[in-house]
Write a protein that binds this ligand. Structure first.
Ligand code: ATP
Length: 225
């Protein structure tokens, strides 16, 4: 559903990505792993249209979106789950869920959201600021699904969460995958990456240095980063 070919990116004169090729299929979970500064965030920002100093091509659902601005890519079904989670503190859980417009016929109803995320159902009137880190992460994911996004791009969904919450996020990612939604996640936690993903791209200095299926990734988990 998502394919980038020969993607290069710059910050002014400095090149941050070099001829990167990535793809994510329907119902596929793919991670971007790599050290700090490897280019993971830049790559995701290019894919969703937030970084525009680029060359190469991006296609999404068989459409060339290379020149399409971020808001149109979102409307086409790309859901961005940010690392700061983008929750509006002054709004309740339910208001946060209802705020972004629906983008496709795959939009989840509130009922579906609350069935999949019972934690949020119990807190629907709670204010954004009162949520735990795990609840905020769930709200950010749920909000993207409610809009009807068919591809989720996530920035370190396991970061800063207690092991029991990380396990819950893992379960949620598996549930979402089973609905056919594609997921691309930035993940520095290789153990978490190995338990959720089908495939992995290893980035170093703005290049994809390896593409690994999950069995190879597991075998080499200890030596990769
Ligand atoms: P991290 O895990 O630390 O977020 P990353 O793998 O996501 O790292 P990027 O943040 O994409 O890496 O950074 C890739 C390169 O681009 C780095 O060399 C970084 O210094 C550079 N870079 C990132 N953002 C900017 C910016 N706003 N201006 C200039 N250079 C930048």
């Amino acid at each position: 559903m998502l394919e980038a070919t020969g993607l290069s990116a710059w910050y002014g004169e400095a090149q941050a990505l070099h001829e990167v090729d990535v793809r994510v299929g329907e119902g596929e979970v793919v991670t971007l792993v790599g050290r700090n500064g490897a280019g993971k965030t830049t790559l995701v920002r290019c894919l969703i249209g937030l970084h525009r100093q680029v060359s190469g091509a991006v296609s999404f659902l068989d459409r060339d979106v290379t020149r399409m601005p971020a808001h149109q890519r979102a409307r086409a079904g790309m859901g961005w789950v940010q690392d700061d989670r983008g929750i509006y503190a002054s709004l309740t859980v339910e208001e946060n869920l209802l705020l972004p417009p629906t983008v496709s016929g795959r939009a989840w109803t509130l009922k579906q959201v609350y069935e999949a995320f019972p934690e949020l159902a119990g807190r629907r009137k709670a204010g954004g600021t009162t949520l735990s880190g795990g609840e905020q992460q769930m709200l950010a994911i749920a909000r993207a699904l409610r809009t009807g996004a068919c591809l989720l791009l996530m920035d370190e969904p396991s970061e800063g969460l207690a092991p029991v919450v990380v396990a819950r996020i893992r379960e949620i990612i598996r549930q979402i995958k089973a609905t056919g939604v594609g997921i691309l996640l930035i993940e520095q936690n290789v153990t978490f990456a190995a338990t959720v993903a089908d495939r992995h791209y290893l980035l170093s200095q703005g290049r994809i240095v390896e593409t690994l299926d999950n069995s190879d990734f597991r075998r080499r988990e200890g030596e990769l980063l």
